[in-house]
Design a protein around this ligand. Sequence first.
Ligand SMILES: Cc1cc2nc3c(=O)[nH]c(=O)nc-3n(C[C@H](O)[C@H](O)[C@H](O)COP(=O)(O)OP(=O)(O)OC[C@H]3O[C@@H](n4cnc5c(N)ncnc54)[C@H](O)[C@@H]3O)c2cc1C
Length: 437
Amino acid sequence: LTRASGTVTKEKYDVVIVGAGVIGLSCAYHILSQEPSARVLVVEKALSAGQGDTAKSAAAFRNVFTSEVNRLLADTSVDFYSHIQNDLNFPLNQEFVGYLWLLTSEMFEHVSPIIERIRKSGVALKIWEKEELTKILQGARLDVSHQDEEAKMMKLETITHALQGIKCGTIGPEKLVEFFEGEIKKMGAEIHYGERVNSIIVEPTPKLNLAREPLVWQRAMIAGVKTSRDEIRAECTITAAGGWTPILLDPLGIDSHIRTKKRQVFTLRGPKVSALLHTKGFNELGVLPLTLVPPCGIFMKPSRADNSIWTGVSDYIGRAFTFEEDPAAEDDFYTYNIYPVISHYFPHFVDVRPFNKWAGHYDINTVDANPYIFEHTGLIVVVGASGSGIMKADAIGRIAAAAHAKKDIATLYGGKHFKVSRLGVETRNVEPEEFVI
Ligand SMILES: Cc1cc2nc3c(=O)[nH]c(=O)nc-3n(C[C@H](O)[C@H](O)[C@H](O)COP(=O)(O)OP(=O)(O)OC[C@H]3O[C@@H](n4cnc5c(N)ncnc54)[C@H](O)[C@@H]3O)c2cc1C
Protein backbone atom coordinates (compact mmCIF):
# COMPACT_ATOMS: atom_id res chain seq x y z
CA LEU A 1 0.00 0.00 0.00
CA THR A 2 1.19 3.52 -0.72
CA ARG A 3 -0.19 6.53 1.12
CA ALA A 4 -0.80 9.67 -0.90
CA SER A 5 -2.21 12.83 0.70
CA GLY A 6 -3.99 11.00 3.50
CA THR A 7 -5.73 8.40 1.26
CA VAL A 8 -4.74 4.76 0.89
CA THR A 9 -3.98 3.76 -2.71
CA LYS A 10 -3.68 0.09 -3.54
CA GLU A 11 -0.67 -1.19 -5.45
CA LYS A 12 -1.61 -1.62 -9.07
CA TYR A 13 -0.55 -4.69 -11.00
CA ASP A 14 0.29 -4.76 -14.67
CA VAL A 15 -1.61 -7.98 -15.05
CA VAL A 16 -4.06 -9.88 -12.89
CA ILE A 17 -4.84 -13.40 -14.11
CA VAL A 18 -7.94 -15.19 -12.86
CA GLY A 19 -7.26 -18.92 -12.58
CA ALA A 20 -4.15 -20.96 -11.80
CA GLY A 21 -4.99 -23.83 -14.12
CA VAL A 22 -2.46 -24.89 -16.72
CA ILE A 23 -3.62 -22.09 -19.04
CA GLY A 24 -3.50 -19.24 -16.50
CA LEU A 25 -0.05 -20.36 -15.37
CA SER A 26 1.21 -20.63 -18.94
CA CYS A 27 -0.10 -17.10 -19.64
CA ALA A 28 1.76 -15.79 -16.56
CA TYR A 29 4.92 -17.67 -17.55
CA HIS A 30 5.01 -16.27 -21.07
CA ILE A 31 4.10 -12.72 -20.07
CA LEU A 32 6.93 -12.73 -17.54
CA SER A 33 9.34 -14.39 -19.95
CA GLN A 34 8.69 -11.58 -22.43
CA GLU A 35 8.36 -8.73 -19.91
CA PRO A 36 10.44 -9.64 -16.86
CA SER A 37 9.59 -6.40 -15.07
CA ALA A 38 5.81 -6.91 -15.33
CA ARG A 39 3.99 -7.07 -11.99
CA VAL A 40 1.84 -10.17 -12.38
CA LEU A 41 -0.69 -11.53 -9.91
CA VAL A 42 -2.54 -14.83 -10.32
CA VAL A 43 -5.72 -15.23 -8.27
CA GLU A 44 -7.01 -18.75 -7.68
CA LYS A 45 -10.01 -19.76 -5.61
CA ALA A 46 -8.65 -23.24 -4.88
CA LEU A 47 -5.96 -23.72 -2.26
CA SER A 48 -3.33 -24.71 -4.80
CA ALA A 49 -2.62 -24.63 -8.52
CA GLY A 50 -4.14 -26.89 -11.16
CA GLN A 51 -7.07 -28.14 -9.08
CA GLY A 52 -9.75 -27.32 -11.68
CA ASP A 53 -10.15 -29.21 -14.93
CA THR A 54 -6.40 -29.48 -15.25
CA ALA A 55 -6.47 -32.04 -12.41
CA LYS A 56 -9.35 -33.93 -14.03
CA SER A 57 -7.64 -34.34 -17.36
CA ALA A 58 -6.63 -37.57 -19.04
CA ALA A 59 -3.61 -35.50 -20.12
CA ALA A 60 -2.95 -37.11 -23.45
CA PHE A 61 -1.35 -35.22 -26.31
CA ARG A 62 -1.15 -35.65 -30.05
CA ASN A 63 -0.06 -33.82 -33.16
CA VAL A 64 -2.29 -35.78 -35.52
CA PHE A 65 -4.65 -33.16 -36.90
CA THR A 66 -5.56 -31.82 -40.33
CA SER A 67 -6.17 -28.29 -39.09
CA GLU A 68 -3.03 -26.16 -39.18
CA VAL A 69 -4.09 -24.34 -36.01
CA ASN A 70 -4.59 -27.58 -34.11
CA ARG A 71 -1.22 -28.81 -35.31
CA LEU A 72 0.66 -25.61 -34.51
CA LEU A 73 -0.82 -25.28 -31.03
CA ALA A 74 -0.33 -28.92 -30.06
CA ASP A 75 2.88 -29.79 -31.91
CA THR A 76 4.84 -26.78 -30.67
CA SER A 77 3.54 -27.23 -27.11
CA VAL A 78 4.59 -30.89 -27.16
CA ASP A 79 8.06 -29.79 -28.30
CA PHE A 80 8.24 -27.25 -25.51
CA TYR A 81 7.29 -29.90 -22.96
CA SER A 82 10.06 -32.14 -24.32
CA HIS A 83 12.45 -29.21 -23.95
CA ILE A 84 11.43 -28.78 -20.30
CA GLN A 85 11.87 -32.48 -19.63
CA ASN A 86 15.06 -33.13 -21.61
CA ASP A 87 16.98 -29.83 -21.67
CA LEU A 88 15.82 -28.25 -18.40
CA ASN A 89 15.81 -31.65 -16.65
CA PHE A 90 12.39 -31.07 -15.12
CA PRO A 91 10.50 -34.38 -15.39
CA LEU A 92 6.98 -33.90 -16.74
CA ASN A 93 6.24 -37.62 -17.09
CA GLN A 94 5.94 -36.97 -20.80
CA GLU A 95 5.81 -40.40 -22.41
CA PHE A 96 5.63 -40.92 -26.16
CA VAL A 97 3.43 -43.99 -26.01
CA GLY A 98 1.65 -42.99 -29.22
CA TYR A 99 -2.03 -42.80 -30.07
CA LEU A 100 -3.61 -45.88 -31.65
CA TRP A 101 -6.89 -45.45 -33.50
CA LEU A 102 -8.46 -48.85 -34.06
CA LEU A 103 -10.33 -48.76 -37.37
CA THR A 104 -13.04 -50.78 -39.06
CA SER A 105 -12.74 -51.25 -42.84
CA GLU A 106 -15.27 -48.48 -43.41
CA MET A 107 -13.41 -46.08 -41.13
CA PHE A 108 -10.11 -46.96 -42.77
CA GLU A 109 -11.51 -46.21 -46.21
CA HIS A 110 -12.89 -42.90 -44.97
CA VAL A 111 -9.66 -41.72 -43.31
CA SER A 112 -7.14 -43.03 -45.87
CA PRO A 113 -7.06 -39.84 -48.00
CA ILE A 114 -6.98 -37.71 -44.84
CA ILE A 115 -4.07 -39.75 -43.48
CA GLU A 116 -2.12 -39.02 -46.67
CA ARG A 117 -2.71 -35.30 -46.25
CA ILE A 118 -1.66 -35.36 -42.60
CA ARG A 119 1.47 -37.28 -43.58
CA LYS A 120 2.35 -34.68 -46.19
CA SER A 121 2.28 -32.03 -43.49
CA GLY A 122 5.12 -33.86 -41.76
CA VAL A 123 3.25 -35.80 -39.06
CA ALA A 124 4.74 -39.23 -38.31
CA LEU A 125 2.17 -42.00 -38.69
CA LYS A 126 2.17 -45.77 -38.93
CA ILE A 127 -0.55 -48.00 -40.32
CA TRP A 128 -1.05 -51.42 -38.73
CA GLU A 129 -2.72 -54.32 -40.52
CA LYS A 130 -5.04 -56.69 -38.70
CA GLU A 131 -2.60 -59.63 -38.77
CA GLU A 132 0.09 -57.60 -37.01
CA LEU A 133 -2.41 -56.19 -34.52
CA THR A 134 -3.66 -59.67 -33.67
CA LYS A 135 -0.11 -60.73 -32.82
CA ILE A 136 0.64 -57.70 -30.69
CA LEU A 137 -2.68 -57.14 -28.94
CA GLN A 138 -2.73 -60.48 -27.19
CA GLY A 139 -6.11 -61.55 -25.95
CA ALA A 140 -7.93 -58.86 -27.96
CA ARG A 141 -10.98 -59.87 -29.98
CA LEU A 142 -10.71 -57.84 -33.18
CA ASP A 143 -13.20 -59.96 -35.13
CA VAL A 144 -16.88 -59.40 -34.62
CA SER A 145 -19.04 -62.40 -35.35
CA HIS A 146 -22.38 -61.84 -37.08
CA GLN A 147 -23.87 -64.39 -34.66
CA ASP A 148 -23.02 -62.13 -31.75
CA GLU A 149 -26.35 -60.50 -30.93
CA GLU A 150 -24.92 -57.97 -28.48
CA ALA A 151 -22.24 -56.85 -30.94
CA LYS A 152 -24.88 -56.63 -33.66
CA MET A 153 -27.07 -54.50 -31.44
CA MET A 154 -24.15 -52.11 -30.76
CA LYS A 155 -23.20 -52.20 -34.46
CA LEU A 156 -19.67 -53.25 -33.60
CA GLU A 157 -17.58 -54.16 -36.64
CA THR A 158 -14.36 -56.09 -37.09
CA ILE A 159 -11.21 -54.03 -36.61
CA THR A 160 -9.17 -54.30 -39.79
CA HIS A 161 -6.49 -51.63 -39.30
CA ALA A 162 -5.02 -49.22 -36.82
CA LEU A 163 -3.44 -45.84 -37.25
CA GLN A 164 -0.64 -44.95 -34.86
CA GLY A 165 0.38 -41.36 -34.23
CA ILE A 166 4.02 -41.37 -33.13
CA LYS A 167 4.47 -37.87 -31.67
CA CYS A 168 1.66 -38.50 -29.26
CA GLY A 169 1.42 -39.70 -25.71
CA THR A 170 0.70 -38.75 -22.15
CA ILE A 171 2.02 -36.21 -19.69
CA GLY A 172 1.63 -35.38 -15.99
CA PRO A 173 -0.55 -32.28 -15.77
CA GLU A 174 0.45 -31.85 -12.12
CA LYS A 175 4.11 -31.75 -13.19
CA LEU A 176 3.38 -29.18 -15.87
CA VAL A 177 1.57 -27.07 -13.30
CA GLU A 178 4.50 -27.49 -10.89
CA PHE A 179 6.92 -26.32 -13.58
CA PHE A 180 4.95 -23.22 -14.57
CA GLU A 181 4.11 -22.32 -10.97
CA GLY A 182 7.74 -22.67 -9.85
CA GLU A 183 9.03 -20.62 -12.77
CA ILE A 184 6.56 -17.75 -12.41
CA LYS A 185 7.34 -17.51 -8.70
CA LYS A 186 11.05 -17.30 -9.55
CA MET A 187 10.24 -14.56 -12.04
CA GLY A 188 8.47 -12.57 -9.33
CA ALA A 189 4.79 -13.37 -9.89
CA GLU A 190 2.48 -13.32 -6.90
CA ILE A 191 -0.12 -16.03 -6.52
CA HIS A 192 -3.08 -15.69 -4.19
CA TYR A 193 -4.63 -19.05 -3.40
CA GLY A 194 -7.98 -19.51 -1.69
CA GLU A 195 -9.16 -16.16 -3.07
CA ARG A 196 -12.21 -16.11 -5.30
CA VAL A 197 -12.78 -13.42 -7.88
CA ASN A 198 -16.36 -12.34 -7.31
CA SER A 199 -16.54 -9.78 -10.09
CA ILE A 200 -14.57 -7.89 -12.69
CA ILE A 201 -14.38 -4.14 -12.20
CA VAL A 202 -15.75 -1.98 -15.02
CA GLU A 203 -14.95 1.70 -14.78
CA PRO A 204 -15.16 4.77 -16.98
CA THR A 205 -12.00 6.50 -18.08
CA PRO A 206 -11.76 9.19 -16.92
CA LYS A 207 -13.68 8.55 -13.73
CA LEU A 208 -16.14 11.39 -13.08
CA ASN A 209 -17.63 9.88 -9.90
CA LEU A 210 -21.16 10.15 -11.26
CA ALA A 211 -23.89 7.85 -10.01
CA ARG A 212 -24.14 4.54 -11.90
CA GLU A 213 -21.14 5.18 -14.10
CA PRO A 214 -19.95 4.05 -16.56
CA LEU A 215 -22.77 5.72 -18.45
CA VAL A 216 -23.20 4.82 -22.10
CA TRP A 217 -21.40 7.91 -23.34
CA GLN A 218 -18.36 7.14 -21.18
CA ARG A 219 -15.51 4.90 -22.29
CA ALA A 220 -15.76 1.78 -20.12
CA MET A 221 -12.60 -0.12 -19.21
CA ILE A 222 -11.86 -3.18 -17.13
CA ALA A 223 -9.86 -2.02 -14.11
CA GLY A 224 -9.17 -5.24 -12.19
CA VAL A 225 -11.15 -7.62 -10.00
CA LYS A 226 -13.06 -7.73 -6.74
CA THR A 227 -12.23 -10.83 -4.78
CA SER A 228 -13.39 -12.55 -1.63
CA ARG A 229 -10.60 -10.61 0.15
CA ASP A 230 -9.87 -7.43 -1.68
CA GLU A 231 -10.16 -5.13 -4.63
CA ILE A 232 -7.26 -5.68 -7.01
CA ARG A 233 -6.50 -3.10 -9.64
CA ALA A 234 -4.55 -3.92 -12.80
CA GLU A 235 -3.74 -2.43 -16.20
CA CYS A 236 -4.80 -5.69 -17.79
CA THR A 237 -7.10 -8.40 -16.50
CA ILE A 238 -6.87 -11.89 -18.00
CA THR A 239 -9.55 -14.50 -17.41
CA ALA A 240 -8.16 -18.03 -17.66
CA ALA A 241 -10.96 -19.57 -15.66
CA GLY A 242 -11.82 -22.45 -18.01
CA GLY A 243 -15.39 -23.63 -17.51
CA TRP A 244 -16.01 -20.93 -14.89
CA THR A 245 -15.45 -18.15 -17.45
CA PRO A 246 -19.13 -17.46 -18.25
CA ILE A 247 -19.80 -16.88 -14.52
CA LEU A 248 -17.28 -14.04 -14.67
CA LEU A 249 -18.14 -12.64 -18.10
CA ASP A 250 -21.93 -12.95 -18.29
CA PRO A 251 -22.52 -10.15 -15.73
CA LEU A 252 -20.35 -7.88 -17.90
CA GLY A 253 -22.32 -8.69 -21.03
CA ILE A 254 -19.23 -10.15 -22.68
CA ASP A 255 -19.79 -13.44 -24.46
CA SER A 256 -17.24 -16.13 -23.62
CA HIS A 257 -18.40 -18.17 -26.67
CA ILE A 258 -18.17 -21.51 -24.88
CA ARG A 259 -20.54 -24.10 -23.47
CA THR A 260 -19.53 -26.62 -20.84
CA LYS A 261 -20.13 -30.38 -20.80
CA LYS A 262 -19.30 -32.94 -18.19
CA ARG A 263 -16.48 -35.35 -19.04
CA GLN A 264 -15.63 -38.44 -17.01
CA VAL A 265 -12.69 -40.74 -16.39
CA PHE A 266 -12.81 -44.30 -14.95
CA THR A 267 -9.72 -46.21 -13.89
CA LEU A 268 -9.40 -49.97 -14.25
CA ARG A 269 -6.98 -52.44 -12.78
CA GLY A 270 -6.46 -56.20 -12.54
CA PRO A 271 -4.06 -58.91 -13.74
CA LYS A 272 -5.50 -59.02 -17.27
CA VAL A 273 -5.69 -55.24 -17.48
CA SER A 274 -2.07 -55.11 -16.43
CA ALA A 275 -1.13 -57.59 -19.18
CA LEU A 276 -2.88 -55.36 -21.72
CA LEU A 277 -1.22 -52.25 -20.27
CA HIS A 278 2.20 -53.84 -20.77
CA THR A 279 1.59 -54.71 -24.42
CA LYS A 280 4.94 -54.66 -26.23
CA GLY A 281 5.58 -53.74 -29.84
CA PHE A 282 4.04 -50.30 -30.21
CA ASN A 283 6.65 -48.14 -28.49
CA GLU A 284 9.96 -48.27 -26.66
CA LEU A 285 8.22 -48.16 -23.30
CA GLY A 286 6.50 -51.47 -23.95
CA VAL A 287 3.03 -50.19 -23.10
CA LEU A 288 -0.27 -49.91 -24.86
CA PRO A 289 -0.59 -46.59 -26.71
CA LEU A 290 -3.51 -44.34 -25.85
CA THR A 291 -6.01 -46.43 -27.79
CA LEU A 292 -9.29 -45.28 -29.34
CA VAL A 293 -11.95 -47.89 -29.80
CA PRO A 294 -14.70 -47.75 -32.44
CA PRO A 295 -17.48 -46.95 -33.04
CA CYS A 296 -17.51 -43.91 -30.74
CA GLY A 297 -13.91 -43.15 -29.77
CA ILE A 298 -13.79 -44.57 -26.27
CA PHE A 299 -10.22 -44.01 -25.08
CA MET A 300 -8.03 -46.36 -23.10
CA LYS A 301 -5.10 -44.54 -21.57
CA PRO A 302 -2.08 -46.44 -20.23
CA SER A 303 -1.15 -45.28 -16.75
CA ARG A 304 2.11 -46.88 -15.71
CA ALA A 305 2.22 -44.94 -12.45
CA ASP A 306 -0.71 -46.86 -10.95
CA ASN A 307 -0.56 -49.93 -13.21
CA SER A 308 -3.99 -49.17 -14.60
CA ILE A 309 -5.84 -48.24 -17.75
CA TRP A 310 -8.02 -45.15 -17.68
CA THR A 311 -11.05 -44.92 -19.87
CA GLY A 312 -13.63 -42.36 -20.90
CA VAL A 313 -15.45 -41.02 -23.93
CA SER A 314 -16.80 -37.70 -25.16
CA ASP A 315 -20.55 -38.09 -25.37
CA TYR A 316 -22.24 -35.33 -27.32
CA ILE A 317 -25.91 -35.93 -28.16
CA GLY A 318 -27.80 -36.48 -24.92
CA ARG A 319 -25.10 -34.96 -22.74
CA ALA A 320 -26.48 -31.62 -21.62
CA PHE A 321 -24.56 -28.40 -21.51
CA THR A 322 -24.28 -27.97 -17.77
CA PHE A 323 -21.80 -26.68 -15.28
CA GLU A 324 -21.34 -27.80 -11.69
CA GLU A 325 -18.68 -26.66 -9.26
CA ASP A 326 -17.71 -30.25 -8.54
CA PRO A 327 -19.30 -32.69 -11.00
CA ALA A 328 -19.50 -36.39 -10.14
CA ALA A 329 -18.73 -39.35 -12.40
CA GLU A 330 -21.66 -41.70 -13.00
CA ASP A 331 -21.25 -45.48 -12.45
CA ASP A 332 -24.06 -46.06 -14.94
CA PHE A 333 -22.16 -44.22 -17.60
CA TYR A 334 -19.30 -46.68 -17.36
CA THR A 335 -21.58 -49.71 -17.05
CA TYR A 336 -23.87 -49.02 -19.99
CA ASN A 337 -21.77 -46.90 -22.35
CA ILE A 338 -18.15 -47.92 -22.00
CA TYR A 339 -18.03 -51.41 -20.54
CA PRO A 340 -19.99 -53.24 -23.28
CA VAL A 341 -17.72 -51.89 -26.01
CA ILE A 342 -14.30 -52.21 -24.42
CA SER A 343 -15.01 -55.61 -22.86
CA HIS A 344 -16.15 -56.84 -26.25
CA TYR A 345 -12.93 -55.99 -28.08
CA PHE A 346 -10.76 -56.47 -24.98
CA PRO A 347 -12.00 -59.36 -22.80
CA HIS A 348 -9.27 -58.23 -20.37
CA PHE A 349 -11.96 -55.95 -18.91
CA VAL A 350 -14.65 -58.58 -18.37
CA ASP A 351 -16.03 -58.16 -14.83
CA VAL A 352 -13.56 -55.36 -14.06
CA ARG A 353 -15.18 -52.41 -12.27
CA PRO A 354 -13.55 -48.99 -11.90
CA PHE A 355 -11.46 -48.56 -8.75
CA ASN A 356 -11.61 -44.78 -9.13
CA LYS A 357 -13.57 -42.27 -11.15
CA TRP A 358 -13.94 -38.52 -11.45
CA ALA A 359 -15.49 -35.88 -13.65
CA GLY A 360 -14.68 -32.41 -14.90
CA HIS A 361 -15.79 -30.21 -17.75
CA TYR A 362 -14.71 -29.38 -21.26
CA ASP A 363 -15.06 -25.66 -21.98
CA ILE A 364 -16.15 -26.21 -25.54
CA ASN A 365 -15.94 -23.80 -28.41
CA THR A 366 -18.89 -25.42 -30.18
CA VAL A 367 -17.90 -24.01 -33.59
CA ASP A 368 -14.32 -25.12 -34.17
CA ALA A 369 -13.16 -26.68 -30.87
CA ASN A 370 -10.17 -24.37 -30.57
CA PRO A 371 -9.41 -21.70 -27.98
CA TYR A 372 -10.56 -18.12 -28.07
CA ILE A 373 -8.05 -15.44 -27.17
CA PHE A 374 -9.50 -11.96 -27.50
CA GLU A 375 -9.11 -8.56 -25.95
CA HIS A 376 -12.05 -6.41 -24.85
CA THR A 377 -11.61 -3.03 -23.15
CA GLY A 378 -8.60 -4.02 -21.05
CA LEU A 379 -9.71 -7.61 -20.56
CA ILE A 380 -8.07 -10.57 -22.29
CA VAL A 381 -10.26 -13.63 -22.42
CA VAL A 382 -8.49 -16.98 -22.79
CA VAL A 383 -11.00 -19.79 -22.99
CA GLY A 384 -12.35 -22.68 -25.05
CA ALA A 385 -9.52 -25.21 -24.87
CA SER A 386 -12.30 -27.70 -25.68
CA GLY A 387 -10.70 -30.78 -24.16
CA SER A 388 -7.19 -30.15 -25.46
CA GLY A 389 -5.90 -27.53 -23.04
CA ILE A 390 -3.06 -29.61 -21.66
CA MET A 391 -1.61 -30.39 -25.06
CA LYS A 392 -1.98 -26.77 -26.24
CA ALA A 393 -1.28 -24.82 -23.04
CA ASP A 394 2.19 -23.62 -23.98
CA ALA A 395 1.13 -22.18 -27.34
CA ILE A 396 -2.02 -20.66 -25.80
CA GLY A 397 0.11 -18.91 -23.16
CA ARG A 398 2.45 -17.55 -25.84
CA ILE A 399 -0.43 -16.20 -27.92
CA ALA A 400 -2.07 -14.61 -24.85
CA ALA A 401 1.28 -13.03 -23.94
CA ALA A 402 1.56 -11.59 -27.46
CA ALA A 403 -2.01 -10.25 -27.15
CA HIS A 404 -1.03 -8.64 -23.86
CA ALA A 405 2.03 -7.04 -25.48
CA LYS A 406 -0.26 -5.85 -28.31
CA LYS A 407 1.78 -7.80 -30.85
CA ASP A 408 0.09 -9.09 -34.00
CA ILE A 409 2.30 -12.15 -34.23
CA ALA A 410 3.14 -14.65 -31.49
CA THR A 411 6.26 -16.77 -31.74
CA LEU A 412 5.55 -20.35 -30.80
CA TYR A 413 8.18 -22.75 -29.47
CA GLY A 414 10.60 -23.61 -32.26
CA GLY A 415 10.18 -20.19 -33.89
CA LYS A 416 6.93 -20.72 -35.79
CA HIS A 417 4.82 -17.60 -36.15
CA PHE A 418 1.14 -17.37 -35.34
CA LYS A 419 -1.18 -14.48 -36.06
CA VAL A 420 -2.85 -13.63 -32.74
CA SER A 421 -6.08 -12.48 -34.39
CA ARG A 422 -6.64 -16.00 -35.77
CA LEU A 423 -8.00 -17.02 -32.36
CA GLY A 424 -10.12 -13.88 -31.95
CA VAL A 425 -13.87 -13.76 -32.51
CA GLU A 426 -14.58 -11.47 -35.49
CA THR A 427 -11.11 -12.04 -36.94
CA ARG A 428 -11.12 -15.79 -36.47
CA ASN A 429 -9.24 -17.93 -38.97
CA VAL A 430 -9.29 -21.56 -37.89
CA GLU A 431 -9.87 -24.36 -40.38
CA PRO A 432 -12.33 -27.09 -39.44
CA GLU A 433 -10.66 -30.28 -38.21
CA GLU A 434 -11.22 -33.13 -40.67
CA PHE A 435 -9.57 -35.85 -38.65
CA VAL A 436 -12.49 -36.70 -36.42
CA ILE A 437 -12.96 -40.43 -35.98
C1 LIG B 1 -12.17 -35.68 -18.14
C2 LIG B 1 -11.26 -34.76 -18.88
C3 LIG B 1 -10.29 -35.28 -19.73
C4 LIG B 1 -9.43 -34.42 -20.42
N1 LIG B 1 -8.45 -34.96 -21.20
C5 LIG B 1 -7.56 -34.15 -21.84
C6 LIG B 1 -6.51 -34.70 -22.59
O1 LIG B 1 -6.35 -35.91 -22.71
N2 LIG B 1 -5.63 -33.83 -23.17
C7 LIG B 1 -5.75 -32.47 -23.06
O2 LIG B 1 -4.94 -31.74 -23.63
N3 LIG B 1 -6.77 -31.94 -22.36
C8 LIG B 1 -7.67 -32.74 -21.75
N4 LIG B 1 -8.70 -32.20 -21.02
C9 LIG B 1 -8.89 -30.75 -21.05
C10 LIG B 1 -7.95 -30.04 -20.13
O3 LIG B 1 -8.00 -30.61 -18.85
C11 LIG B 1 -8.38 -28.58 -20.10
O4 LIG B 1 -8.47 -28.08 -21.42
C12 LIG B 1 -7.39 -27.72 -19.33
O5 LIG B 1 -7.13 -28.26 -18.07
C13 LIG B 1 -7.96 -26.33 -19.20
O6 LIG B 1 -7.10 -25.59 -18.37
P1 LIG B 1 -7.61 -24.23 -17.75
O7 LIG B 1 -6.46 -23.65 -17.04
O8 LIG B 1 -8.28 -23.44 -18.83
O9 LIG B 1 -8.80 -24.67 -16.79
P2 LIG B 1 -8.78 -25.11 -15.26
O10 LIG B 1 -7.72 -26.09 -14.96
O11 LIG B 1 -10.18 -25.49 -14.92
O12 LIG B 1 -8.36 -23.76 -14.53
C14 LIG B 1 -9.25 -22.72 -14.27
C15 LIG B 1 -8.95 -22.25 -12.86
O13 LIG B 1 -9.68 -21.07 -12.60
C16 LIG B 1 -10.07 -21.11 -11.25
N5 LIG B 1 -11.19 -20.20 -11.10
C17 LIG B 1 -12.38 -20.25 -11.75
N6 LIG B 1 -13.18 -19.25 -11.37
C18 LIG B 1 -12.46 -18.51 -10.47
C19 LIG B 1 -12.76 -17.36 -9.72
N7 LIG B 1 -13.94 -16.73 -9.83
N8 LIG B 1 -11.83 -16.88 -8.88
C20 LIG B 1 -10.61 -17.50 -8.76
N9 LIG B 1 -10.29 -18.62 -9.45
C21 LIG B 1 -11.20 -19.12 -10.30
C22 LIG B 1 -10.45 -22.56 -11.03
O14 LIG B 1 -10.45 -22.92 -9.67
C23 LIG B 1 -9.39 -23.29 -11.84
O15 LIG B 1 -8.27 -23.65 -11.05
C24 LIG B 1 -9.56 -33.01 -20.30
C25 LIG B 1 -10.53 -32.49 -19.44
C26 LIG B 1 -11.36 -33.34 -18.73
C27 LIG B 1 -12.40 -32.76 -17.82
